[in-house]
Design a protein around this ligand. Structure first.
Ligand SMILES: Nc1ncnc2c1ncn2[C@@H]1O[C@H](COP(=O)(O)OP(=O)(O)OP(=O)(O)O)[C@@H](O)[C@H]1O
Ligand SMILES: [Mg+2]
Length: 304
């Protein structure tokens, strides 16, 4: 079954995040440098167990080199093809903490940078995930950054050029990025509209790696590893996905992802009949169109 990586997500796992952010409470009493030296500001974000990642091309070496020059990176590719897993693996391999932020349309610059909070003692500043990563030296992964409001992209600009600074305007502080800090964003090229796309001035601050569904044998290996089904079953699942991927743009908005195949495999591994598993995990989620469902069901019966 799937390795459960120990990275922390911000703000989805906010309790864990707040636990570590409470260090910034203590930093009121302890100088930031001392907190940094003790290393515990980012303890909650360390990837302690090796995530399973099957290399598909030369992406690992390329990323390592990009990190060595602290190049901000953009991971491009469709949903469920391994971007998040890759960044978790690279953080583990490089031995750097990873702060992941799931961006959404309500997210503002303050959510990233930080804000003043009111408590019994008065107001105190709380670093947002980006400030935390920049201050103490983590890899900050902004998932689907294009979803966030425009003002958030502005705050990443000075961090992703030669300046490597993060101005905390409300606090009147300029954070100089820690040498270990790196910004990584993900981007699904299929989902962008004219209204929602990254500006060239943002795109051109990043190196980019293209991700896609891996080739047949590798994808089957991943599905077998992650779901626990036999390799032969995994291969059949990949065949079905390949059929569906050919229908993208011809009635399907998106093909069946590696993630979906792992879901189907996990159900089969638990004893669900393959036809039912594929219906639940592969066909029903991606389309409501009866003809398209029939076409995909037919593909499933070809292999099971
Ligand atoms: N190369 C790979 N090595 C190991 N596992 C992989 C690989 N590619 C995909 N997977 C598996 O597929 C699942 C989905 O991948 P992941 O969550 O990284 O997708 P994603 O590209 O981040 O998708 P989204 O854009 O929706 O966030 C992972 O949980 C992992 O099990
Ligand atoms: Mg992801």
């Amino acid at each position: 079954m799937q390795d459960e990586p120990t990275m922390r997500t911000y703000p989805a796992r906010r309790s864990a995040a707040l636990h570590s952010v409470s260090v910034s409470e203590r930093s009121a009493a302890r100088p930031a440098a001392e907190v940094a030296a003790s290393g515990d500001a980012l303890a909650a974000y360390r990837v302690t167990e090796r995530p399973y990642y099957r290399e598909v091309g030369d992406e690992v070496a390329l990323y390592e080199t990009a990190y060595s020059v602290r190049m901000p990176m953009m991971l491009k590719g469709p949903t469920g093809c391994g971007k998040t897993r890759f960044v978790e693996y690279m953080a583990w391999k490089l031995g750097k903490p990873l702060i992941t932020v799931a961006c959404n349309e309500d997210m503002t610059a303050s959510d990233l940078v930080g804000r003043f909070l009111l408590d019994a003692q008065g107001t105190r500043w709380q670093d947002g995930p980006l400030a935390l990563a920049a201050r103490f030296g983590a890899i900050c992964y902004l998932d689907e950054v294009v979803e966030a409001r425009q003002d958030t992209t502005v705050v990443i600009h000075p961090l992703t050029d030669a300046r490597r600074i993060l101005p905390l305007e409300k606090k009147g502080e300029i954070v100089r990025a820690h040498p270990d800090f790196q910004l990584v964003i993900s981007y699904n090229p299929g989902y962008q509209s004219l209204m929602k796309d990254l500006k060239q001035s943002t795109k051109q601050r990043f190196g980019a790696l293209d991700f896609n569904y891996p080739e047949h044998e590798i994808e089957a290996e991943i599905v077998a590893h992650e779901s626990g089904v036999a390799l032969e079953v995994a291969k059949s699942l990949v065949h079905i996905a390949e059929r569906a991927r050919n229908l993208k743009g011809h009635g399907l908005d998106e093909g069946i992802s590696t993630r979906m195949l792992i879901y189907a495999g996990s159900l089969i591994a638990k004893g669900v009949a393959p036809l039912a598993a594929c219906r639940v995990a592969l066909v029903r989620p991606i389309t409501d169109d009866p003809d398209m469902r029939d076409a995909l069901d037919a593909a499933v019966t070809t292999y099971f």
